[in-house]
Write a protein that binds this ligand. Structure first.
Ligand code: PSU
Ligand code: MN
Length: 307
């Protein structure tokens, strides 16, 4: 008797299965933003609305998460609702995505883990809010998100609203450049800073249409260049919180984090939560608006890639 290796426990939603069969454009979505990035019920509203926007644009959403040891690519509404209320979900990156599956745990995927799952499922475009990056004072803490290395190695286009201004944005851009990750701002010369349309830094590259982004990716593939690319899509003007104002809240949140000795995986969720409270929820409204904006662009890119 020959023993074959057991298959990876992976579950595609009906909608994703049908999309794969007919070759329809797909957009992956992460779940850490749901479990660790926003409070309930705003997180559920956001998760539902980004899926709706992707469908309106003619693509199919695939929210990715690990539920009781099964890697889900595409969640139905009941699963989305349960996840949005799961307090103890793990926050999974490259280091522990397989651990959660092996140990039959439930966990949400970060940008890095979502890219791994998307690539495995043949999904080429992924929408999120902001990527992880090089934290301020990283020269002391060594806190650099695994998202950056994942962008360098895994061939998925990640649409974000820039790097969160809680990070050290110049250092984050330096690391992306050293690792050979193209950073393309959509329709703006300024690299955006998540809640704000500007970071004070110019963007390395700029493109003005989903078709141009798809074409750039095609040429990268023709050259045999693997790895991902980052599309930075500035938050719509009517939803932005200007940089100078944000800086006050960010500084306060960083002081709180230092006082409470927050380290490791807990840093990003802690800072986001503190900023939500300091801005009386205004940062949450901005966060939802920018993710919706990114979902729309990601769907347009996925459609353009499929042409
Ligand atoms: N952007 C958001 N909210 C989030 C995150 C990003 O608007 O919750 C999450 C993403 O999942 C990202 C992660 O991959 O934070 C980065 O965490 P870390 O800095 O620990 O690598
Ligand atoms: Mn970190």
């Amino acid at each position: 008797m020959t023993r074959s290796a057991p298959l990876l426990p992976i579950a595609y939603s009906d909608e994703v299965t049908a999309a794969k069969e007919r070759g329809a454009p797909l957009v992956a979505l992460e779940s850490t933003i749901i479990t660790h990035g926003m409070p309930y019920p705003g997180n559920l509203e956001m998760a539902r609305s980004v899926e709706r926007i992707i469908r309106e644009e003619g693509a199919v959403p695939a929210t990715i998460a690990v539920i009781e040891g099964v890697l889900h690519v595409g969640l139905d509404d009941a699963e989305l609702e349960t996840l949005a209320q799961t307090a103890g979900a793990m926050k999974l990156s490259r280091a522990d995505l397989a651990f959660a599956i092996a140990e039959r745990r439930t966990g949400a995927t970060t940008v890095a883990a979502t890219m791994i799952a998307a690539a495995r499922a043949g999904i080429r475009v992924f929408a999120t809010g902001g990527i992880g990056g090089v934290h301020r004072k990283a020269e002391e803490s060594f806190d650099i998100s695994a998202d950056l290395d994942e962008l360098a190695r895994t061939g998925v286009i990640v649409v974000c609203a820039g790097a969160k201004a809680i990070l050290d944005i110049p250092k984050t851009l330096e690391v992306l450049e050293s690792r050979g990750v193209p950073v393309v701002t959509y329709d703006s010369p300024d690299f955006p800073a998540f809640w704000s349309r500007e970071s004070g830094l110019p963007s390395p590259l700029m493109l003005n249409s989903p078709a141009a982004i798809a074409h750039f990716q095609t040429v990268r593939e023709q050259l045999g260049i693997d790895g991902g690319m980052l599309i930075a899509n500035p938050v719509p003007e009517e939803s932005e919180i200007p940089r100078r104002e944000m800086e006050i809240y960010i500084q306060r949140a960083l002081d709180h984090a230092e006082r409470d000795e927050i380290t490791g995986k807990a840093v990003t969720p802690y800072l986001l939560d503190t900023i939500f409270r300091l801005t009386d929820g205004r940062s949450l409204a901005t966060n939802i608006a920018l993710v919706e904006n990114n979902a729309r662009l990601a769907a347009e890119i996925a459609v353009a890639l499929a042409i």
